[in-house]
Write a protein that binds this ligand. Structure first.
Ligand code: GYE
Length: 309
């Protein structure tokens, strides 16, 4: 199974040619969260497209947002004796047992995107992801600047118990804590979906007499912000003009909203990250050298005036 892993692309190509099949390829199981929002399917597509380029046979399992499904998928990967397991965990808790099972089976586990909370960090090799806390800080810093440090904020949280919801909130709060006139006045989960964001914003609009006194909206992802924008427009409000709007992901639909002036800023979360993830996994399978527990993918904030590349 592991004969020619990471021999360099020329040698790998030759090995493929000689064997005439992908039987020697590395097999990796990837347990993905689901397909909520626009960012996640883009990430899945990238992981699926990059795998064959690296000589990887990818077993892809979509958990449809359910941790039980992820646990089942990981156990199936263990039974199939894959070479490595990649997990984008829905929530941070509940991983100790299944990760211990993978360790006992001698199958290395790599976390991507979201994080887990386990007491024993040797249960996974490394995590490759953006820094969600920093994303929250970038969003908070932008809003502090844009509002001159004075803003009542409504917050749309991501999936309860997920690493990005926890960390984006923490990072954002750490920044606004420096400004006595900035505070979160309402906060609720919209589960990272457009519909969720729309529903929560509709409720906020009702309970605050059309967002009276509110100056800003922080959404933990763009899809919830796009839903919030719809709800605000339907109520005759002007997001992006009368309300400062900041979120995370920088998906194509948000780029359009920024250009149209319906939103103001978004922190980019890169989705084409298979090219960072797979080489790390393949190198580890080859040399088993311990890695840092976190390999960070950079984040940056964009506005209509400072678009990304
Ligand atoms: O921001 C959101 C997705 O886990 C960081 O999950 C990721 C988040 C991303 O649903 O759009």
């Amino acid at each position: 199974m592991m004969l020619w892993k990471r021999l360099g692309s020329a040698a790998a190509g030759a090995a493929m040619f000689v064997s005439g099949s992908t039987a020697l390829a590395t097999t990796i199981g990837f347990s993905q969260v689901g397909d909520e929002g626009d960012w996640r399917p883009a990430f899945s597509k990238d992981m699926q497209a990059e795998a064959p380029k690296e000589g990887i046979t990818l077993k892809f399992a979509d958990a449809q947002g359910k941790q039980e499904d992820q646990l089942k998928a990981v156990r199936a990967f263990i039974a199939q004796k894959v070479d490595a397991i990649i997990i984008a965990p829905v929530v941070v808790t509940g991983w100790q047992q299944v990760l211990t099972e993978a360790k006992r089976a001698g199958i290395p586990v790599f976390l991507v995107d979201r994080d887990v909370e386990v007491s024993d960090k040797s249960l996974y090799v490394t995590r490759i992801s953006a820094d969600f806390n920093l994303e929250g800080k970038l969003a908070g810093a932008w809003l502090a600047q844009a509002s001159k440090g004075s803003c009542n904020i409504v917050e749309l949280q991501g999936t309860v118990g997920s690493a990005p919801a926890i960390e984006r909130k923490k990072g954002f709060e750490a920044i606004i804590a420096n400004f006595p006139n900035m505070k979160i006045t309402k906060s609720q989960s919209g589960d990272f979906t457009t519909e969720g964001g729309k529903k929560v914003m509709e409720a906020f609009i009702k309970s605050t007499d059309n967002l009276k006194g509110v100056c800003g909206v922080f959404a933990h992802n763009d899809n919830m912000q796009l839903g919030a924008i719809q709800a605000m427009k339907e109520a005759g409000l002007k997001p992006g003009k009368d309300f400062r709007m900041v979120s995370v992901d920088y998906v194509p639909a948000m780029k359009k909203a920024l250009a149209a002036g319906d939103s103001n800023a978004s922190v980019e979360l890169r989705s084409a990250i298979g090219k960072y993830i797979y080489p790390v996994v393949l190198q580890y399978l080859k040399d088993k050298k311990p890695l840092d527990k976190w390999i960070v993918i950079p984040s940056d904030l964009h506005t209509a005036a400072t678009p990304g590349s």
